[in-house]
Each structure stands twice: as structure tokens, then as C-alpha cells.
Design a protein around this ligand. Structure first.
Ligand code: ZN
Length: 436
């Protein structure tokens, strides 16, 4: 009774109002807290995608003697993509590029892994001698780089990256929701029990995505000795396979493993996980770029590197989970991993032995299928800073394909012609011989 009286009094109404107000402040305050617990992109450390590409273009423009820049475009069902490829070749005017040791590196295949594209810029700055690595003798570096032809894709998934920059910090897929590291043809489309379409959508078919089509063409025409797909989310050095829990048999498997062990020792303080992607990461991945590079393009050393991960970050705090957020860690990661790539540049050719030239590989398994050849017409190439060698190479490739088609049809025609003659001329004497 006393309680009822109290509740109905003006004092109790005021108390209730204050209690409600307090509740409102707490709820509102919690919302703010939750919102601010997602780390935003640190714009003091990271370039925007536009600024990063402009910086790379300017770098290439300042070093035309060793760097070239190409943009390759492709389009499929109303969705278009373009990929920039930077080629490094010291003294490129003086020598033919065929005998060189070819390395293909791709960064930023997943939109949210911003740190990887920053690493691409750092490596290019060191290659053009605008930045330097400690403990690296310039003369021995020049000697190493003379042997190499390096192609780098600084930002494979620029459409996905733009979605991340617009605020969806957890997006890893391309501009229309396909995971570019599940869209390749080796074991494509197989789904594990924990399959999450938000993370791993493989697309409607292998190579349904323009980005993957472009990358396949770059890899097929360049025919690299080393491929590295650079990611973040953990610290690891992976080799094939991603789609099964084993590493390949044979010599190149040992060569890959020993190079990874050396890198782990020199640059990762043995922290990095090593082994097959499928066997080490805790899940199998189907339709990945590295499995395709190893199995189909026959790249003797095909890797996936994971250069940084914050395992303690909340799984919804994606920027923090995949990218360093403070200046010290940001620089440490870039220094350690750029040094790791220069170790690959040095050790890679030795590891494969002096007879690394893949030109001796029979050309039969390098024949471009009709499908791929026609597909080539969908790709638009534009050259920005002097690119005569490659245009010539592409032209020669087309001429070679025409020549093969011509040879094949000539052989068929000759065969048909001969079989008609033999029916017409040779048949009669045989019949008469039997009659005799
Ligand atoms: Zn990734």
C-alpha cells in the first residue's frame, strides 16, 4: 500500500524519469562503444587505392629504363575490371627477356588486405632504388636483378578494394561478390561443410570473373618460374596444394619446401606456418590461383604468402585482423617482407638450378586452346609507358596460333585428299589382282 502511494507521488514519477534517462544514456553510450570498437582504416599509414596507383604510375614514369606499366581490361556480363601490371627489367633495351628468370607476384587479391598493396609499392620503390633495404649490398643486388624479369600486380581486386574503402571493411570478394581465389579451374566449385558464400563464393563457373581471366592470361603468356600470391590474415608460407591435404611429389616440391624454410629462418623468426595450404591453414580451399599456377601453368615454384594477421582481433574488426594499425608494426611488416622478396630474387634462380630455362619445355602443353584464344579478343590491352617488346610478343603469339591452326587444317585436307585418291586409283588393281 505504501509502495503504491509512493509510486503515484510526483517524486516517484521524477525518479522513474531519471531511471529511464539513465537507461537511455547507457544504451546510447553502448551503441557508440560498439561502433567505435571497429577499427577504421588508418589514413595516415595507408594510401587510398587511387593514390597508391598514382604513386606507382609516377614511380614507373621516373624509371623508364627498368619499369613499365600496363593496364589490362576485361568485361563479362555487364561487369568490368581492370588490372595494372608493372614489369621490372634492368637494361631491358639491351637484352632479350627469354633467358631471364621470370617472377610473377600478385597483391591485393582480397579487398580487405590493404597491407599487401602497400608491400607492392615498397618492393617497387626498392627495385627502382628510391628506397633501400638495410644489409643489402648494392653491387650484389644489381648482379641478382640482372638475371630477373619481374611482373607485379599491385592491386588485383581494385573493385573489391573500393567497396572496403567505402566502409565495408570485411569485404574480400570482387565488385560483384565472387572470391577471386576460388574462381580458378583446379577443383573448382567444391564446397566444404563450413562453406560460407560471403567469404568463398566461387562464381558461376571457373574463370567467370574478368579479374581471373586477366590473371590467367598474364600467367600463361609470361610463363613464370616463380609465382607468389600475397595475402594477409596470418603469418604463413604456403606451397601447393590448397585443395588437398598434401604437397606435390617430385623435385620441385623439395625445392619449394627448402626455399620456404630458408625464408622462415631469415625473415619470419620461424614464426611462419609452412607447408601445403590445404594441410596447414585448417581448411581446404578449392579453385585457388596457386593450385592452378602449379598444376596447369606448370610454374615450378608456386606460393601463397600470408604476411600479417592479428589473431587477437575480433572477427568482425576486419581492418585490425588483416592489417597493422600502428606505425611501428606497419613498417616492420613492410621491411621484413620486402627483405623476404629480395631473398627470393637472390635464391630462387639458384634453387631451381642453372638449367631453369622453361623454354626447353615441350610447347605442346603450352598450346593455347581455341576457347582461350577467342577469349583473348575480349581482353583489351592498353600500353602506357613504352611496351614494344610485349606487344611484339603478343603479336608473335597470335601468329603462332594462326600457323598451328593452318598446319592442322592442311594436314586434315591432305589426309582427305589422299584417301580419295587411294579409293579412286588404288582400288582397281587390288580387285583385279584378287580375280587373277
Ligand atoms: Zn586473402
Amino acid at each position: 500500500m505504501a509502495h503504491l502511494l509512493l509510486l503515484s507521488s510526483p517524486l516517484s514519477i521524477s525518479l522513474c524519469f531519471f531511471a529511464w534517462l539513465q537507461g537511455f544514456v547507457v544504451v546510447h553510450g553502448n551503441t557508440n562503444l560498439t561502433h567505435s570498437s571497429f577499427t577504421p582504416i588508418n589514413r595516415n599509414l595507408y594510401h587510398s587505392s587511387g593514390d597508391l596507383m598514382e604513386e606507382i604510375k609516377a614511380l614507373v614514369f621516373r624509371h623508364p629504363d627498368r619499369l613499365t606499366f600496363d593496364t589490362i581490361k576485361s568485361r563479362n556480363k555487364g561487369y568490368s575490371a581492370e588490372i595494372a601490371v608493372v614489369t621490372y627489367c634492368r637494361r631491358r633495351q639491351e637484352t632479350d627477356d627469354r633467358p631471364k628468370f621470370r617472377i610473377l607476384l600478385s597483391f591485393g587479391q582480397h579487398g580487405r588486405e590493404l597491407i599487401t598493396s602497400e608491400l607492392a609499392l615498397r618492393i617497387l620503390s626498392i627495385l627502382s632504388k628510391e628506397q633501400f633495404l638495410p644489409n643489402l649490398d648494392p653491387a650484389s643486388l644489381d648482379h641478382t636483378l640482372d638475371k630477373l624479369l619481374i611482373k607485379m600486380v599491385p592491386m588485383e581486386n581494385i573493385n573489391g578494394r573500393r567497396i572496403v574503402e567505402a566502409g565495408d571493411l570485411c569485404e574480400r570478394r570482387n565488385g560483384r561478390g565472387v572470391d577471386l581465389n576460388r574462381n580458378w579451374s583446379v577443383d573448382w566449385g567444391k564446397k566444404e561443410k563450413d562453406y560460407d558464400p560471403y567469404e568463398e563464393n566461387p562464381g558461376t563457373a571457373p574463370f567467370s570473373e574478368p579479374e581471373t581471366q586477366i590473371m590467367r592470361k598474364v600467367a600463361m603468356s609470361f610463363d613464370p618460374h616463380i609465382w607468389v600470391n600475397i595475402h594477409s590474415g596470418m603469418e604463413a608460407l604456403f606451397m601447393p596444394y590448397d585443395h588437398k591435404n598434401t604437397t606435390p611429389d617430385g623435385v620441385s616440391s623439395h625445392q619449394m619446401k627448402s626455399l620456404l624454410e630458408e625464408l622462415n629462418h631469415l625473415h619470419c623468426q620461424r614464426r611462419c606456418m609452412i607447408g601445403s595450404g590445404g594441410g596447414s591453414v585448417g581448411y581446404l580451399a578449392h579453385g585457388t590461383a596457386t593450385d592452378y599456377m602449379f598444376d596447369i601453368v606448370r610454374v615450378p615454384m608456386a606460393f601463397t604468402f600470408e604476411i600479417y594477421g592479428d589473431g587477437a582481433a575480433s572477427s568482425r574488426d576486419c581492418f585490425k585482423m588483416f592489417n597493422p594499425t600502428d606505425f611501428g608494426t606497419f613498417n616492420r611488416v613492410l621491411n621484413e617482407w620486402s627483405a623476404a622478396f629480395f631473398t627470393i630474387f637472390k635464391l630462387g634462380p639458384n634453387q631451381l638450378g642453372e638449367n631453369y630455362s622453361k623454354t626447353s619445355v615441350p610447347t605442346l602443353d603450352k598450346w593455347v586452346s581455341i576457347d582461350e584464344y577467342l577469349d583473348g579478343y575480349l581482353v583489351e590491352r592498353s600500353s602506357r609507358y613504352g611496351k614494344k617488346m610485349e606487344v611484339l610478343e603478343l603479336g608473335m603469339q597470335e601468329i603462332r596460333t594462326y600457323f598451328r591452326l593452318f598446319l592442322l587444317s592442311s594436314v586434315l585436307l591432305l589426309f582427305m585428299f589422299c584417301s580419295r585418291i587411294s579409293k579412286g586409283k588404288c582400288a582397281r588393281p587390288i580387285v583385279s589382282a584378287i580375280a587373277l
